[in-house]
Design a protein around this ligand. Structure first.
Ligand code: GUN
Length: 289
């Protein structure tokens, strides 16, 4: 069994970023990322903190905007408009999920697609469908593809099951896998799919992105399969100082021994998401000039 180490692969991506940043700085461009957090979701606070910290480590400009949970739709739209107009900002990310009174669709559409480093704006979704490289690929699926490549996993002709159909992971992941770069045969499964275990068992590569702790059991996975666990779930754990531990969507202990390769949680896909966000921000800076 090969453990796919996301921290090592992310470090390699960040090293590439470092070179590109030096080149941009020489051209008089300091890449800048704005991260907007509405409310106090503890996991989101951690993610936003990591994104801003990574920017600082790379010598990028960053702006962290934390807004109270009561922020109105119009106030949030105004923040996005100001960031659209800010020449020091090349990438804009509004952390998901926002509080329930916020209409996330409208917020995403308000972001300048040239600064939409999440790749959530309809223009970038279309570019992903069209395989237009000027678009932004959502960070978590992009990071998962990079992990497969780094682990030497050939997707050409492979049977892949993507478990989950979210805008952030499942749908873009399926598009990337079926693209002419990857050439996989893709099945997208979800909570309404009939006989999920049997469906998953047919896959050479299983992408678990449902957000349900340890849902994928040993009998869901074929011997010799590759498993990418996208889930980052907090489950109560009285033995931890924080009161919780992180676990993926895969029951790692029982699944890992069956796998050809598998990503751990934490330390798998998580670090890749941030690294690809940095890459996307550099792409935005380059394209905006
Ligand atoms: N919440 C979980 N993942 C993501 C992501 O990639 N981008 C944003 N904006 N929010 C998220």
């Amino acid at each position: 069994m090969q453990l796919i180490d996301g921290k090592t692969v992310a470090a390699a991506v960040l090293a590439e970023c470092q070179l590109e940043i030096a080149d941009l700085l020489q051209k008089g461009i300091q890449p800048g990322l704005a991260v907007v957090l509405v409310g106090e979701d503890p996991a989101s606070q951690v993610y936003v903190g990591s994104k801003v910290k990574t920017c600082a480590e790379l010598g990028m400009h960053s702006k962290k905007i934390v807004l109270p949970a009561e922020t109105t739709q119009e106030e949030l739209l105004e923040v996005v408009r100001q960031l659209n107009a800010d020449p020091a900002i090349h990438g804009i990310l509004v952390q998901s999920p926002p509080p329930p009174h916020i209409h996330e669709d409208e917020i995403i559409r308000a972001i300048d697609p040239r600064k939409d480093v999440d790749g959530f704006h309809p223009e970038n979704v279309a570019k992903l469908v069209l395989e237009d490289p000027t678009g932004f690929v959502p960070c978590t699926p992009a990071g998962s593809m990079r992990l497969l490549a780094a682990a030497g996993i050939d997707t050409n002709g492979a049977k892949v099951v993507v478990l989950g159909r979210s805008m952030i992971v499942g749908k873009p992941m399926a598009l990337l896998l079926m693209s002419k770069n990857a050439n996989a045969t893709v099945t997208v499964a979800h909570s309404r799919s009939r006989d999920l275990p049997a469906l998953c068992r047919q896959s050479d590569i299983l992408i678990a992105a449902v957000g349900r702790p340890e849902m994928v059991k040993a009998d869901w996975v074929r011997d010799g399969a590759v498993v990418i666990d996208v889930g980052i779930n907090r489950v109560p754990d009285a033995s931890k100082k924080s009161g919780f531990r992180l676990t993926g969507d895969v029951a790692f202990e029982e699944v890992a021994p069956k796998c050809k390769a598998i990503t751990p949680v934490p330390g798998g896909v998580g670090p890749m998401t941030i690294a690809m966000l940095m890459k996307n921000t550099l792409q935005a800076a380059r394209q905006l000039g």
